[in-house]
Write a protein that binds this ligand. Structure first.
Ligand SMILES: [Zn+2]
Ligand SMILES: [Zn+2]
Length: 187
């Protein structure tokens, strides 16, 4: 069936099309820029897997817009955790705490988010365009604590993430974990 439009309607449609095309080209160019800036900085496979699992566990990758997790939220995690703000955040916490909050060790120290990053992102509706406006939330030194590898991430010890889960750990998780470990030790 052929529909005939008046000239006004035709112009409207033409504008609409050209606007959406502009948006499309803009996104393409931006993605190209991002991927070019990352050339030579290839992420190791385990990082990709880790990020992917984080996305899936936190409900990303569900819905039309998030089909392409690689180009979506992963880039956001990458932008945040690879930023100089994150380096500064970790540096300040290391300088403040100096030792593992559980055992006092000075070896293999890592910074743990008390409230996990995914929750902060969701709660504040943080995205690739606005994340810099949320620096006070994302890089709050009160939201970080220094832990040794064995108490933070080690899959072969009773580390925090081994006991409380890899993702979505809360502030409470940390304090309960600390209590549990220190009580076990004192017995
Ligand atoms: Zn420790
Ligand atoms: Zn952690």
């Amino acid at each position: 069936m052929i529909e005939l439009y008046g000239e006004e309607k035709a112009t409207q449609i033409k504008n609409k099309l050209s606007n959406s095309l502009k948006g499309y080209i803009h996104t393409k160019e931006r993605n190209k820029k991002i991927s070019e800036s990352k050339k030579g900085k290839k992420r190791p496979q385990w990082v990709i897997d880790k990020l992917r699992n984080t996305m899936l566990k936190n409900g990303f990758g569900i819905g039309k817009k998030n089909n392409n997790w690689k180009g979506g939220i992963t880039d956001l995690f990458y932008l945040i955790t690879e930023s100089r703000f994150n380096d500064a955040w970790k540096y300040k916490i290391k300088k403040r705490d100096k030792v593992c909050a559980i055992c006092g060790s000075k070896k293999r120290l890592q910074v743990h988010h008390l409230r996990n990053l995914a929750t902060l992102i969701i709660e504040n509706k943080i995205n690739k365009d606005n994340w810099r406006d949320f620096r006070n939330v994302l890089f709050d030194i009160n939201n970080g604590v220094l832990l040794c590898y064995d108490h933070h991430n080690n899959p072969y010890t009773d580390s925090l993430h081994q006991v409380k889960g890899r993702k979505k750990t809360t502030k409470e998780d940390f304090y309960v974990y600390k209590y549990e470990i220190q009580n076990k030790c004192s017995v």
